[in-house]
Design a protein around this ligand. Structure first.
Ligand SMILES: N[C@@H](CCC[C@H](N)C(=O)O)C(=O)O
Length: 393
């Protein structure tokens, strides 16, 4: 059996061992629908219920909510009743912790959905094990926007190693595992604060595939992250493009479909290819790009042995950039934190911008600074919890 096309168009084999579950779903209005078959990863909130919950959420958002309002759903036949809730205000209590305390049965994993500027993640409390509770194949199904929860990736909060407080692992929506995720690490920090019921300013040492990353929750709720030093040496990015400026690949030529794109390659732990235009078309108008056509051609280009994330950038001023991104393993997303960092590094290397910029992404702005004194890149932006749920498999 196969599931529907992924965003990259590939058809993936459905993992074996997840029976289709039949159950009665009760909608948010309390009307039970007919017993029906659910997808192998059955999410405790049906789409009809989700739609009802959205309008429910909108109503509560419009009126002052004294505390978190939740929408419980009924109807799981499993020994542990699956529930889903929609958070409609900023979490103020340890409600998430209480929700996640309901230990997973063999058939359910609880999650909280977060997003950073619309780059959305299914966050799983994996603090009790260094084995992810969701496999890459299951992550593909959960991330499916029609047959699953819908997300750009699944992130696991795992025990720390090498003196770090926690370890972050992530699966992209195609099931591949990247080294790092900028928006994800901001969500990660806010998720830990919820789990541990922490208020106010807090910073954490997070072990990632890109080394130690340090997010700090600020008083205004935004998260500032020390993203470490960018990697510029071509083979380490990795890219097979020849270096043009010392060890770095800056404004190198990349042929795609008869056009020569000028690209700068930067790793923020994960690989990025940044372009401000082609040889013929020096200035990009990023809104005019056909991203789903051109993006995959960069991602799978032979010059990028580990594939690549690609950022298309328009310079609005020396401190204001606008970008769209095609992510490795996730396609077009509304925001990419590591991508925004790579963009500022590339803009500085190409002499197009200052070290401190606002980067506009489709989902909103990020503040990025590439500091001269320590060579670290700092990213500041929001992260929000939007949805609590259980997935049954
Ligand atoms: N959206 C992320 C990056 C996620 C990983 C990326 N798709 C990759 O494979 O490298 C971000 O905010 O940085």
């Amino acid at each position: 059996m196969t599931v529907g096309p992924t965003r990259s168009g590939a058809h993936l084999q459905r993992a074996k061992g997840f029976p289709v579950i039949s159950r009665t779903v009760t909608t948010a209005t309390g009307t039970p629908s007919r017993s029906r078959s659910l997808q192998p990863w059955a999410v405790a909130m049906s789409s009809a219920a989700a739609a009802a919950a959205t309008s429910f959420a909108a109503k509560f958002a419009a009126s002052p909510a004294p505390s978190r309002r939740c929408l419980p759903l009924r109807g799981s036949p499993s020994p542990r009743r699956a529930v889903a809730m929609m958070a409609v205000s900023t979490p103020r209590s340890s409600a998430a912790a209480a929700f996640l305390e309901r230990r997973e049965s063999e058939r359910a994993v609880h999650f909280v959905k977060y997003h950073g500027l619309g780059n959305d993640f299914i966050m799983v409390d994996n603090r009790d094990s260094d084995v992810p509770k969701v496999t890459p194949e299951e992550a593909v199904k959960l991330c499916d926007r029609n047959f699953g929860v819908g997300a750009d990736g699944v992130i696991f909060v795992m025990p720390g190693v090498n003196g770090a407080d926690y370890t972050m692992r992530i699966f992209n929506s195609d099931g591949s595992e990247p080294e790092m995720c900028g928006n994800g690490v901001r969500c990660f920090a806010r998720f830990i604060a919820e789990l541990e019921n922490l208020q106010g300013i807090h910073s954490f040492k997070i072990h990632t595939g890109a080394g130690l990353i340090i997010p700090e929750i600020q008083n205004d709720g935004k998260v500032k992250v020390d993203m470490g030093q960018p990697i510029l040496s071509g083979p380490d990015v990795p890219t097979k493009l020849p270096s043009t400026k010392n060890e770095a690949v800056v404004q190198a030529d990349l042929a795609i479909d008869g056009s020569i794109w000028q690209v700068t390659c930067v790793s923020m732990g994960n690989p990025h290819c940044v372009t401000f235009g082609t040889k013929e078309l020096k200035v990009l108008h990023v809104d005019d790009l056909n991203l789903s056509d051109v993006g995959p051609k960069f991602e799978h280009h032979e010059m990028f042995p580990a594939r690549t994330n690609t950022e298309f950038v328009q310079v609005l001023s020396h401190s204001h950039l606008k970008m769209r991104v095609w992510e490795r393993g996730a396609g077009a997303t509304l925001a990419c934190g590591t991508g925004a960092c790579a963009v500022v590094v590339a803009a500085v290397l190409e002499g197009r911008a200052e070290r401190k910029c606002v980067v506009d992404l489709p989902g909103g702005p990020l503040e990025i600074e590439w500091r001269e004194n320590d060579n670290h890149v700092y990213m500041t932006g929001p992260a929000e919890a939007v949805f609590y749920g259980s997935a049954v498999h």
